[in-house]
Design a protein around this ligand. Structure first.
Ligand code: FES
Length: 159
């Protein structure tokens, strides 16, 4: 689902999806989700494609993408590691978990490893405070994560 690149087949798939929509008005959010699933991110080329097919101004697309943190304009790694930095997670030492991921991966929050394997990101509360500190790797949730669990979480991804 990540890093499939700006291939023609992805543009074709997105075009087919848009063409299949019964109603284009109000379809921007589902179309952006579909596009991010296909391409892994929403660069200018993809935004322009959507803007033409849905007939919405680029400024509107840009505004929506910038507003919602789950949309990204930057290409991300195969594994996107999101560490919750909401209050419940923060008070249970989520910052130690962040530091450990940074150390192990050699990248800072907001960065992607050179081999495009990992991106490290921080989130606000993901609504699972009972599991604090929470880490998400793509769609998988890890709860009660401690510094010592980081190595195991990373090893799981490469299996
Ligand atoms: S603060 Fe982390 S899940 Fe709520």
């Amino acid at each position: 689902m990540y890093n499939k690149g700006l291939s023609q087949s992805n543009f074709d798939a997105l075009g087919d999806y848009i063409a299949s929509l019964p109603e284009k008005k109000g379809a921007l959010m589902p179309v952006l989700h579909k596009a991010q699933n296909l391409f892994g991110y929403l660069p200018k080329e993809v935004q322009l494609f959507i803007c033409e097919r849905l007939d919405v101004p680029t400024s509107k697309i840009y505004g929506v993408i910038s507003f919602y943190s789950f949309f990204t304009m930057k290409q991300r790694g195969q594994y996107v590691i999101n560490i919750c930095m909401g209050t419940a997670c923060f008070v249970r030492k989520a910052d130690d978990v962040v530091k450990e991921f940074e150390k192990k991966l050699g990248i800072k929050v907001g960065e992607t490893s050179k081999n495009m394997m990992y991106s490290l990101e921080a989130l606000r509360c993901v609504g699972a405070c009972g599991l604090a500190p929470v880490v998400m790797v793509n769609d998988k949730i890890y709860g009660h994560v401690e510094k010592k669990d980081v190595k195991k979480i990373l090893a799981e991804q490469s299996n």
